[in-house]
Design a protein around this ligand. Structure first.
Ligand code: MTE
Ligand code: MO
Length: 221
């Protein structure tokens, strides 16, 4: 081979290596729009940065100007909310721990609205026994409607007092209290009332428990 070509190749490989090394050095810290709180009523909280990013398609960056949250399916009154319209509901907060099946957990102060308030506005039909959540990355998961109505389940827009960052599910993440992390759907775009009580979401179809209770194994069930 021509000497010049070999030199050029060496330079090219070196450039790629330097670029890759630089990318790896980049700060992986999630940027926040405020000061995250670390304690709540004497309880020590985890940080937004203590999560491990393992989403099926990586972080999703939703443009809020085009965003809508749809509440649809077996309802009398289907709704299509803008981000501000969703925020314009009574807000609630509670400290809840998320347990991922990978073995890590985070304890966070969540702020959001009650899923049951959205459902009440849409007026589920009597045969609507299941609620299917859809996300921007095509992730889905589902719950019995009674779980959402009886446990004050939050659709969160803030964690530790700051707006949920894109990496963690902006604009909305479901706080699926007492359920494994894979039921805590991020980047929620649609809430569908259904009569399909055996619906299986993204991980459920791949063998994870549909009930997904943290006091039971996530495999089978
Ligand atoms: N839309 C969407 N929501 C999702 C996921 C995902 O891949 N896509 N991953 C789930 C899993 S497995 C966990 S543990 C939690 C927290 O994930 P994170 O640490 O990647 O934020 O989000 C859940 N919600
Ligand atoms: Mo997870």
């Amino acid at each position: 081979m021509d000497k010049k070509i070999i030199i050029l190749l060496v330079i090219l490989i070196a450039a790629v290596a330097i670029f890759a090394a630089f990318e790896l050095q980049k700060d992986r810290t999630v940027k926040l729009s405020g000061v995250e709180i670390k304690n709540y009523q004497g309880q020590k909280l985890s940080s937004v940065n203590d999560f491990r990013e393992n989403s099926i398609k990586g972080p999703q960056f939703i443009n809020i100007t085009n965003y809508h949250l749809e509440v649809t399916g077996l309802v009398q009154n289907p709704r299509n909310y803008t981000y501000d319209e969703v925020l314009n509901h009574t807000s609630y907060e509670k400290v809840v721990k998320l347990d991922c099946v990978e073995g890590w957990d985070v304890t966070i102060l969540w702020q959001g609205l009650l899923v049951s308030d959205l459902l009440n506005e849409a007026k589920p039909l009597p045969n609507g026994n299941t609620v299917i959540f859809y996300a921007y990355d095509n992730y889905t998961t589902s719950f019995p409607i009674s779980y959402l109505n009886n446990n004050q389940i939050l659709l969160a827009y803030k964690m530790n007092n700051v707006t949920i960052p894109p990496e963690r599910g902006f604009p909305f993440m479901l706080v699926a209290e007492s359920k494994w992390g894979y039921k805590w759907i991020k980047w929620v775009t649609k809430i569908e009332v259904s009569n399909n009580s055996t619906y299986k979401g993204y991980w459920e179809i791949r063998g994870y428990s549909d009930v997904g209770d943290i006091n039971q194994s996530y495999l089978g069930g």
